[in-house]
Design a binder for this molecule. Sequence first.
Ligand SMILES: [Zn+2]
Length: 248
Amino acid sequence: MEIRTDEKIINYIKKKIKNSHNIVAVLGIEMLVEGGGCDLDSDSENYRVEEEYGFCPEDMLSTSFFNAKVEKFYRFYKKEILGMQQHSTAAYDALLKLQKQGKLSAVISQNFHGIPQGVHLSNVIELNGSINVNQCPHCDKDFNIQYIIDSRGIPHCDHCKVAIRPGIRLIGERVDSELMTQAAMACDAADVLLILGKNMYNDRLEYSSAPEHEQLKVLFSKNEFERNSKVDFIIRDDIYKFLPLIID
Ligand SMILES: [Zn+2]
């Protein structure tokens, strides 16, 4: 198995994790992609989607698009977002191991696809909402994901007949402030912060204000141009290959 990261760095992070009591994992797009999902923010996907729908994913996932073109929104959303399948990976197994050891205090997901089925992580903060939460904006009735998938065209509340709102954070909306506070508190308290991939909203969360020497911050990024002076290491390897190496 090819690993680009220097062995000294691997051993250093491994030792920090071994001695840690409070690890927080922040899940990003790469976790979704490694589990079989796709990065709609990539150039090729942007191009493909724009060819098929006439708009790029970022436009279609915005509040203004949802309000103005709800039928088109759901055509895209059902096929491209709900149609995306994801499975567990060795990276999730490694996180479960940390959880069993009592070291993993929180998982902050920036993806709205939820944690893959069968992966039972506790204390998951879904910062950008979830495809599994769907609500009528009028009467607040909840609808499961199957109701959305099975609906023809726009999914309507069976009571009010208005379009159901998906529980994901649309682009242009703020992060729920209560969730943001929870996430920030968890990150601040961590002695190791694992940032597992990028945030599709590109809104560069600062993750943590903990003093540098008190917290090890490791960012996983495939973007060769990624520079981040706020983290201790940037790892270019696959997350599913790397995490098992640093977690005993
Ligand atoms: Zn309703």
